[in-house]
Design a protein around this ligand. Structure first.
Ligand SMILES: Nc1ncnc2c1ncn2[C@@H]1O[C@H](COP(=O)(O)OP(=O)(O)O)[C@@H](O)[C@H]1O
Ligand SMILES: [Mg+2]
Length: 473
């Protein structure tokens, strides 16, 4: 028997609330982008920041879309190319399909938000819950006003577990997302001054994260970082809504308590009490921050009815993804340097974590620990201070050399002693050659910056000009 389609034609049409012109086949996937569209996908013509999906609706149908969901007033334009569903508002229709997917699901649903670690936590949950049942998780970092309904609309009816990431740049964004996801278990990884330019204070950020409670199912549980300064504020807000609070961390009162951890260069070993169950597991990627996130992950596994022992086994297979700690050996056999790619994202919390991680990474005899740092963006008025403070951390752990670029990183660079200053440029592009030229066999080099700082090309240049030997563990 063929697997059930994601949506039968009738269920899909009913969920959109629209009207179909022509024969609607079953829908096997959902797409909002013709570049990644697959045959059988329903294409939603979303109005984005730069593009109007309606400009691609015809191409979507020609590429084999089962239908195109478009605004009523333009439905007639595309009906020659295939089945068209006209709706009053395309984004609302996508939300409605997402809500219908959630309504028909009998899965345990986990919602993840927080200032850092959302995607990593979601990916870890996806990995470690899989041995306990069919597990579905949102793709990539799809966590905003279109990403969340898109992820929900793809939620298969058969899934046992569903994991959804929710993000925000401003107050009032997480609430509506959470009401769509309706998690049984909500995780707030941590609260840090990220996107602070849109907020008055860290407390205001905590309040915006707490909006996840608005959609958390009655009787649901929230997992909160017990070691975070905002814990009490968040716990009070959750309790006010009648939710059960479970803290994770090192704190003596944490219900999910770290008992012991060993952070090795390629992995960590953890022993923790997960609400009374003592488990020991290995995390297949390094970093203290991943140990912290793993406590929330294991707590959610237990609360969702997953198998803790199997989850612990699976955790050993975790790999740091590209841009978020991926490790590569560059150079030639017996003359390699270690490259750590952190180019996807940077804020004070993840910067500290990455620097601590580099400090822990062994180098060969004569090798140096080198950080290549681009601006952390969206930090508002205190940005230069927050950058300069990172210099203290670098001096404390004793990194050997720092290359920096961007106007904010200038503050960090100037705060370093001359022997640690490797080079500075206004833009990443102009730093590339000096970094490539400086790295020698035996070194460990970590590249980090906000995506907008464009540090990725430095990583690529290191790879192409030194040569990639192997993916390190
Ligand atoms: N708990 C944490 N504390 C500090 N840094 C973290 C934590 N979790 C993840 N990170 C780091 O933050 C960066 C972004 O991680 P990611 O999981 O993509 O977060 P998000 O989805 O919230 O943007 C990565 O460099 C990662 O190593
Ligand atoms: Mg993310």
């Amino acid at each position: 028997m063929a697997a059930a389609p994601l949506w039968t034609a009738a269920d899909f049409l009913a969920a959109t609330g629209g009207e179909a012109s022509g024969d609607l086949p079953d829908v096997t996937g959902i797409s909002i982008d013709t570049r990644t569209l697959e045959k059988g996908d329903a294409f939603f013509a979303i109005l984005g920041d730069r593009f109007d999906g309606h400009d691609f609706a015809k191409a979507a149908l020609e590429k084999g879309a089962s239908c195109a969901v478009v605004v009523d007033s333009r439905a007639a334009e595309f009906s020659d190319a295939g089945c068209v569903i006209g709706v009053a508002n395309v984004l609302r229709a996508l939300e409605d399909v997402g809500k219908a997917a959630r309504a028909r699901s009998s899965a345990r649903v986990i919602g993840v938000t927080g200032s850092v670690g959302k995607t990593g936590t979601k990916e870890a949950l996806k990995l470690v819950l899989a041995p306990s049942g069919e597990t579905y998780a949102s793709a990539a970092s799809h966590n905003n006003h279109w990403g969340v309904p898109l992820s929900l609309s793809r939620f298969p009816r058969s899934a046992d577990f569903g994991i959804f990431e929710m993000g925000m740049n401003a107050p009032g964004e997480i609430g509506p997302l959470s009401r769509m996801v309706r998690p049984h278990i909500s995780i707030i990884t941590t609260v840090e001054p990220v996107h602070i330019e849109f907020f008055k204070s860290v407390e205001a950020i905590a309040d915006a994260k707490a909006e996840i409670f608005e959609g958390t199912e009655p009787g649901g549980t929230v997992l909160l970082n017990r070691d975070n300064l905002q814990y009490k504020r968040l716990a009070a807000a959750a309790k006010e809504r009648g939710l059960t609070v479970v803290g994770f961390g090192e704190h003596g009162l944490a219900e999910i308590k770290l008992l012991n951890s060993v952070c090795e260069p390629g992995y960590s070993a953890v022993t923790a009490s997960i609400m009374g169950d003592e488990v020991t597991y290995k995390i297949g990627a390094p970093g203290r921050h991943l140990v912290q996130n793993s406590l929330a992950v294991m707590g959610a596994v237990k609360l969702a009815g997953g198998d803790l022992a199997r989850a612990g086994m699976a955790y050993g297979q975790l790999h740091a993804p590209k841009g978020r700690g991926e490790r590569t050996l560059i150079g030639e056999i017996d003359h390699t340097a270690l490259l750590i790619d952190e180019s996807y994202n940077a804020n004070p919390a993840s910067m500290r974590a990455a620097i601590a991680n580099l400090a822990l990474t062994p180098v060969q005899a004569g090798g140096r620990r080198i950080a290549v740092l681009g601006d952390m963006l969206e930090l508002g008025d205190s940005s230069r201070d927050l950058h300069a403070q990172v210099a203290k951390e670098i001096n404390r752990v004793g990194l050997d050399l720092v290359f920096a670029c961007g106007s904010n990183m200038a503050a960090l660079y100037e705060a370093l002693p001359p022997e640690r200053q490797g080079g500075y440029a206004g833009a990443a592009e102009d730093l590339k050659d000096s970094v490539v030229g400086a790295v020698r066999p035996g070194d460990a080099v970590m590249v980090k910056g906000s995506l907008g700082s464009r540090m990725g090309p430095i990583v690529e240049a290191l790879k192409t000009r030194h040569g990639v030997l192997d993916e390190a563990s």
